[in-house]
Ligand binder design. Structure first.
Ligand code: SAH
Length: 213
């Protein structure tokens, strides 16, 4: 299997065609080996246009959704980014290509451990992975320039708003358990100004500030 060919085809037919235009973002997707982040038996499907199971009933998001969320964060290479929902670690790797430092939290320790092994093997030195409840944020590492939540909730957990820098950006799927709006928020004078981007479906954010009752 020529993964480089599959990767180029993924970028051209799923990302560029749908309007992802930031050359740095596209460069990261050309580079990061998505097949290393999915279970071995699914590696032939790693570049397909849909999410894939990664264990613990969780999924690695569709490539386009990862790209759209990344582009919305408008990263220039210097930022400190917090990700909630490490999953496979793929989104964290994309972010690490485009930002200064990435801190990522995963509620399932088996997934956090596997992601850490994958990211270490690929040589990332600017990613910290932690197992725990990401709705609490990561106080010791904050404040953050950017926060990305890759699991769905009804609202943005308040600790994340507190740990976001003034003028910082946050992106999260917000809505009901089977249908959300991908929402970008910017912190202005301590409050979030939000914009809806598109409809989306993510697995639920399960934690102190995030679960669907
Ligand atoms: N970004 C991932 C996809 C994640 S799917 C990737 O690139 O593969 C969403 C992940 O969020 C799941 O792994 C799920 O276990 C995790 N999650 C859900 N609630 C969480 C919480 N409160 N804290 C941390 N992780 C959480």
């Amino acid at each position: 299997m020529d993964y480089a060919v599959l990767r180029k085809r993924m970028v051209d037919s799923q990302l560029v065609c749908r309007g992802i235009a930031d050359a740095r973002v596209l460069g990261a997707f050309y580079k990061v080996e998505r097949h290393k982040f999915v279970p071995e038996e699914l590696s032939a499907n790693a570049y397909a246009d849909y999410p894939l199971p990664i264990g613990e009933n969780q999924t690695i998001s569709q490539p386009y959704m990862v790209a759209l969320m990344t582009e919305c964060l408008s990263l220039n290479g210097q930022e400190k980014v917090l990700e909630i929902g490490t999953g496979s670690g793929y989104q964290a790797a994309i972010l690490a290509e485009l930002a200064g430092e990435v801190c990522t939290i995963e509620r399932f320790s088996a997934l956090a451990q596997r992601a850490k092994v994958t990211l270490d093997e690929l040589g990332y030195v600017n990613i910290k992975v932690k197992a725990g409840d990401g709705t609490l944020g990561w106080q010791e590492e904050g404040p953050f320039d950017r926060i990305i939540v890759t699991a769905a909730s009804r609202g943005i957990p308040s600790p994340l708003i507190e740990q976001l820098k003034e003028d910082g950006k946050l992106i999260a799927p917000i809505g009901e358990s089977f249908s959300q709006i991908l929402t970008v928020a910017q912190k202005k004078k301590g409050k979030l100004e939000t914009t809806g981007i598109c409809g989306c479906v993510f697995v639920p954010l399960v934690g102190k500030y995030g679960c669907y009752a």
